[in-house]
Write a new protein. Sequence first.
Length: 479
Amino acid sequence: MSSPEKLAEAVVLPGFAGTTAPDWLRRRVADGLGGAILFGRNVVDDEQVAALTAQLRGERDGVVVGIDEEGGDVTRLDVNTGSFVPGPLALGAADDPELTTAVAAALGERLAACGVTINLAPCADLTLAAEDPIIGVRAFGSDPAKASPHVAAYVTGLQKYGVAACAKHFPGHGAATEDSHVALPVLPRTPEELRDIELVPFAAAIRAGVRAVMTGHLVVRAWGDEPATFNRAALTDVLRGELGFTGAVITDALEMGAVSGGYGRHDGLGLSAVRALKAGADALCIGGAAFEADALDAINAAIVAAVASGELPLERLAEAAERTAALGTDPAPATVGPVDRRLGLEAARKALRVTGEPRLDGPPLVVDVETEPTIAAGPMPWGLGAHLAELVPGTRALTAGPDDLEKILEAAQGFRSVVVVTREAHRHPRVRALLSALSTVDFIRVETGVPGPVDGDGPRLDTFSGSYVSLRAAAEYLA
């Protein structure tokens, strides 16, 4: 058995800054660091990502290279353009599991060509609370019986090319009304309710052979006061015992507010790492932020000290290191090439939901109402205006905020058609107020997030995703 120092290094998956591997990361990978997680800050294009992963693999074969590429609104590969595939909620709306498998396989093939070994997707969460601030379009739906086949299909498609899938955020984030990036949510669920609702998609993912499951920083009172990431009842008794999962358990990022708020940064991250390993987690994700070597040193020191004191059995740490290493299997050979959006467009077109007759009467004014994206999605290109301007000459694209009523009314003069584009308007009171104030204008509403209640009887188009292909499909329909 390896030393505690080597084993501690082997279970950590940090994020980093830059589009090439920094020297400290390359040294640590060569010395046995588990791997790294890629985010939008690490991406220029597919060729650059392939070169970056080749750098890491050049230091050590079997290094784990992860990415948080859900498609749709949460994309890293397409952070500069918008995703080439629609998101999960759109795939659920299309309701064709075979199409979901094909979309996930296209993503898996692309990730394999980029040298990625594990994708932190799909979300096996459900959209269960109207005020849910973070899952939304990232889930395949709200009905576990309908969403579960898509979760399983996604796992099957993604893993076709050797890229490990990771179902998240166990035991299910959708009923939470707080964002675990900033606070610690308490799920209003009994264990029985979880078994009947939230755990159903996770069970489907496990039956489909998912190779990893990510923990959620979520409290279920019946399991105690610790969030699932630190909770032995959740990870060992339920996930492994009841659901029979045998793959790798990955933590959600340990620096998130739900867990770091009470434990600080470097020393706190070390304490969090030990608690997660004791509960049954294997790989420790600290990828949301760009970390440096000193943070890794503090985490490793805490793990080694816990082994020395007997708090963390060496056998548990060795087991975690072995499961983490299994995620470093090289994906199937694939070649980086031009991004093909045809399949994604097919899926996005199939997902469109049409209310009334949303058709243009001449070149329109398109008002993209901007709201802050979720922390998970981050900033990326969004909006319908540019797409319609390309397809319908004479279109005017206007980006506006929820308080820009007068600006919009002035711009609308002279246009027979007005299109107002929103992103989860039901969660933004100022956007709802804007839509109400625009009642004097005949406009077509395009909603790109979770639809929410249908307000009014005006023509409406729901895309269920803010991806490039979903916006393009909406533009094509209107044109």
